[in-house]
Design a binder for this molecule. Structure first.
Ligand code: RB5
Length: 152
């Protein structure tokens, strides 16, 4: 898979370790920054990563900031994106199986690199369950998205 990845200054350290894990798993990465520890704005990284996924130019996206919260809020504004904020292994698996999440957000100030890397392994390695009840719920999310983002 091709994985687009982005971080702000508060997530940039974790990003490098995550990129190494993604490559070790045999996936391709596209690093959309940031590349320094100067203060930057998380939407400037969340939106481009989310847009890559929504456009089908990346299969999945991974976003890291201090808490993961700003990144997930911003990414979920892009139609077609289902960004999950995850800090535990149970949620990493469940959000793929139940929500078919296509973007993962994490907070470098919340969890350590070991857990973050394990979350990435589980999240990338888990398929959507394809269960009709989960698919139906996702269709309802899409309906809500269309209601508030009508096609031009
Ligand atoms: C940056 O200080 C911090 O606010 C940001 O990384 C993130 O946690 C926002 O949600």
């Amino acid at each position: 898979m091709k994985i687009a990845i982005g971080a702000d200054h508060a997530g940039v350290k974790l990003k490098d370790g995550i990129i190494a894990v993604i490559r070790e798993l045999g996936h391709e990465t596209e690093d959309l920054g940031c590349h320094c520890t100067d203060s930057v704005d998380y939407p400037d990284y969340a939106v481009p990563v989310a847009e890559k996924v929504a456009a089908g130019e990346a299969d999945r996206g991974i976003l890291i900031c201090g808490t993961g919260i700003g990144m997930s809020i911003a990414a979920n504004k892009v139609p077609g994106v289902r960004c999950a904020l995850v800090h535990d292994l149970f949620s990493a698996k469940a959000t793929r199986e139940h929500n078919d999440s296509n973007v993962l957000a994490m907070g470098e100030r919340v969890i350590g690199p070991g857990l973050a890397e394990e979350i990435v392994r589980v999240w990338l390695g888990t398929e959507f369950s394809q269960g009709e009840r989960h698919a139906g719920r996702i269709r309802k999310v899409v309906e809500a998205e269309r209601k508030y983002n009508p096609a031009p």
